[in-house]
Each structure stands twice: as C-alpha cells, then as structure tokens.
Design a protein around this ligand. Sequence first.
Ligand SMILES: Cc1cc2nc3c(=O)[nH]c(=O)nc-3n(C[C@H](O)[C@H](O)[C@H](O)COP(=O)(O)OP(=O)(O)OC[C@H]3O[C@@H](n4cnc5c(N)ncnc54)[C@H](O)[C@@H]3O)c2cc1C
Ligand SMILES: NC(=O)c1ccc[n+]([C@@H]2O[C@H](COP(=O)([O-])OP(=O)(O)OC[C@H]3O[C@@H](n4cnc5c(N)ncnc54)[C@H](OP(=O)(O)O)[C@@H]3O)[C@@H](O)[C@H]2O)c1
Length: 369
Amino acid sequence: MAKVTNSYCISEGSKKETNHYVISLRGSGIRYKPGDSLGFYPINSMKLVKQTIRKIKAKRKDIVETSETGKVTLEYALLNRFIINRAGKKFLVAVAEKLTNKKLKKEVEEILNDKDKTEKYLFTRDYIDILDEYYVRFSPQEFVDNLAPISPRLYSISSSPKAHPGEVHLTVAIVKYNNFERDRYGLATGDLATRIEVNKTKIPVYISQTRDFVIPEDKSTDIIMVGPGTGIAPFRAFLEHRRATEASGKNWLFFGEVHEKSTFFYKDEWLEYMKEGYLEKLTTAFSRDQEKKIYVQNRLLSNGKEIWKWLQNGAYFYICGDKQYMAKDVHKALISIAEEHGKMKTEDAEHYINQTLMKEEHRYLRDVY
Ligand SMILES: Cc1cc2nc3c(=O)[nH]c(=O)nc-3n(C[C@H](O)[C@H](O)[C@H](O)COP(=O)(O)OP(=O)(O)OC[C@H]3O[C@@H](n4cnc5c(N)ncnc54)[C@H](O)[C@@H]3O)c2cc1C
Ligand SMILES: NC(=O)c1ccc[n+]([C@@H]2O[C@H](COP(=O)([O-])OP(=O)(O)OC[C@H]3O[C@@H](n4cnc5c(N)ncnc54)[C@H](OP(=O)(O)O)[C@@H]3O)[C@@H](O)[C@H]2O)c1
C-alpha cells in the first residue's frame, strides 16, 4: 500500500485530462529502474456501486460468495473485486437466457450472434445500461457470478529513482466520456482522478519490471525517443536518469499532443535540459494547432536524414504510447527513412528495421499499449 503524495493536472485548459501522480515507496523496500511500469489495483466508484445495487433491486449488505472473495457483502464485492464500469459478454448471454419476451430475446440474440455487433454494443455500456434496455431479474449471487474480476492496470513510470529517491511518478490520461447522458470513467483512471486525497490515500501497487525497454548500458550511446501523449512517461524517467548519471550520449525527444498551449507536458523540464545540454534535440508535433494534422511520424520523416545518421552511429530508437495507430505509423516511417536515406529497397529496409535493428542489435525498443 503506497501513499499518493502529490497529484496535479498537466493538461490545464484542455478537454483532455492528463495528471501527474507522485507515489511514495518509502520504507517499502520496493526498487525500480527507468523503463519499469507500476501495477495498480483499482476499485470502483462507490456511486456506481450504489447505482448498480439499486438497479438489480438488491441490498448492499446482501451476502454473495465467490472463489475470489469467499463470503462478502454485495457492496464489498462490487466495490473491490469485479468490473462494473463496462459490461462483459457473459452477462449479456445470461440476459438473453433469462428474457421471456420473444421480441427482446431475439434482439439480444442478434447482437450476440455477430461479433462486431457484440463488441460495439458492449463498448458503450455498463450493466445499468443493459438492464435499462432489457430488464431481467438477477439475484445478487447470480449477478456477481456473471462479472469479470478486476485486474491491475499498468502505468509506465515517469521518474528515475536517482532523481526522486523513494518515489514513483506516473503520467496518466484519464479515460472519461459521456454515454446515454451519464458521465463515465475508466476504472483505474477514474479511481485515480476522483478518489485520491494527497498525503492521505494509499493505493495497492507493485512494480512490473521490464527486461528490454531499458537505457543503453554504454552511457555514450545516443538515444532517440518517440513518446506522444502519455507515451512521454518513460522518457522523462530516461532523461532524469541520463542526467543523474552524467551520460555523455546525445538525447533526441519527439513529443506529440493536441495543442502546444495546453498539453505540452513537462515543457519547462525539457527546456531546462536543453539549456544544460542534456537534451540535444526536442521535436514536437501538435496535431490540432493547424488545419492539417501533424503527427510525430511526419516530424520523423522530415528529419529522416539526421535520424538515419544517428542510427548509423549506433543510436537506440524507442517508441512509447498508443499501440493501435501511432506505433504502427511510426514503424512505417522508420522503414521509409531506411529506404530513402539508407538507399535500400523496401524489402531490405523492412529487414533492417524488423530484424537487424529490433531483433539482432536490440536497438529498436517499444513500450506500447
Ligand atoms: C505497459 C503499459 C504501460 C502503460 N502506461 C500508461 C501510462 O503511462 N499512462 C496511461 O495513461 N496509460 C498507460 N497504460 C494504459 C493503462 O494501463 C490503462 O489501460 C488505461 O489507463 C485505461 O484504464 P482504465 O481502467 O481507466 O480504463 P478501463 O475501465 O479499462 O476502460 C478503458 C476502455 O474504455 C474504452 N473507452 C474509451 N473511450 C470510450 C468511450 N468514449 N466510450 C466507450 N468506451 C470508451 C476504451 O476502449 C478502453 O478499452 C499502459 C498500459 C500498459 C499495458
Ligand atoms: N483505442 C483507441 O482508439 C486509442 C487511440 C489513441 C489513444 N488511445 C489510448 O488512450 C490513452 C490516452 O492516450 P494519450 O492521451 O496518451 O494520447 P493519444 O490519444 O495517443 O494522443 C497523443 C497525440 O497523438 C496523436 N495521434 C493520434 N493518432 C496518431 C497516429 N496514428 N500517429 C501518431 N500520433 C497520433 C493525437 O492526435 P489527435 O488526437 O489530434 O489525432 C495526439 O496529438 C492511451 O491509453 C492510449 O493507448 C486509444
């Protein structure tokens, strides 16, 4: 159990909420290195627990028994052990089985018979929404039997223990949205955004060690870091560490966010590092500050010649952040750079990036989610 000792917003003036958290590890004996992540076990919001209990017409002190919890109150189980902010397929199947109205039963079965429809339906709903549309009676025990247990969430650590002994810092994008006229939060990010009282709240955490996403042992090696959004987190740790260990290798940071004014995370720290000579280059891509979107991969391509030079000189290349789109696009940009500036055919460029750089030389490292 670790105390949260500071929490503040780093996206002031933006519609997005991204927060910086400082968590104390003092006295725990827990150690970490730059590149590691922090695992955090969240709990649900009490408001949602109460609404859900009301929806199934149960009482908070009703007793349920599960292999995860033993005998506990329904309120305890829903608050601490089961996901209730997003619905699962198992519950929808149970609803279909229980429905007696033929038309409604058919409707739910049609959703369940199509994978895309099921995904789309469940993506925007929690259990209250489903029961609003298809009310069937669940006993408290039946209800919890159809839920999925809470699993911990990982966050890339954004501090170096050399710069902040006894502390772990996190950079967290709060997942929040409004569906069917109700404000919603992601489970863990909602917990962090709404429950934390600085210097009071303790949260259950553990370190998830990385084997590969590490700073080069040779301090004279140059590094290129691409970290848009919360992808910046481990690179703050890397830079703090390289500064604390007086690493002579050059550091080049690519950062992207929506607006320079509101979401230039840790700007002052980067400018200070540049002044001190620890950050050789800082290249930014603020996607919505102009009509046409500019992303980090556009900046990589326009700096292709120099990136290629750094890579030929032994630089490591790191990516952190969104896996679904950004990491794939940055990967493609890297291949284009090898094609254009390494004068390689597409196949050779692909082989160089995927095989040589990534698998043989272990100089292309990713922490994407
Ligand atoms: C190795 C690793 C490192 C990570 N590092 C970081 C980090 O440094 N910072 C960080 O912020 N995150 C990081 N993450 C992501 C983090 O672990 C969580 O996945 C994230 O914070 C969301 O968790 P949650 O419990 O709040 O949301 P959940 O309750 O799990 O819900 C998230 C889901 O909500 C859905 N959703 C989003 N918007 C909507 C909408 N409008 N309507 C319906 N559904 C929606 C999304 O599809 C998403 O699947 C990392 C993940 C990994 C694996
Ligand atoms: N499942 C999804 O659809 C999805 C998408 C993105 C992020 N996420 C998740 O949302 C969480 C928070 O994200 P975040 O706040 O860290 O930042 P983010 O949403 O990843 O955004 C950071 C910056 O990256 C830009 N971006 C969007 N698409 C890009 C692409 N294909 N290539 C390069 N840059 C791109 C964004 O621009 P614009 O927003 O202006 O386009 C923004 O300027 C993370 O957990 C992330 O994995 C999920």
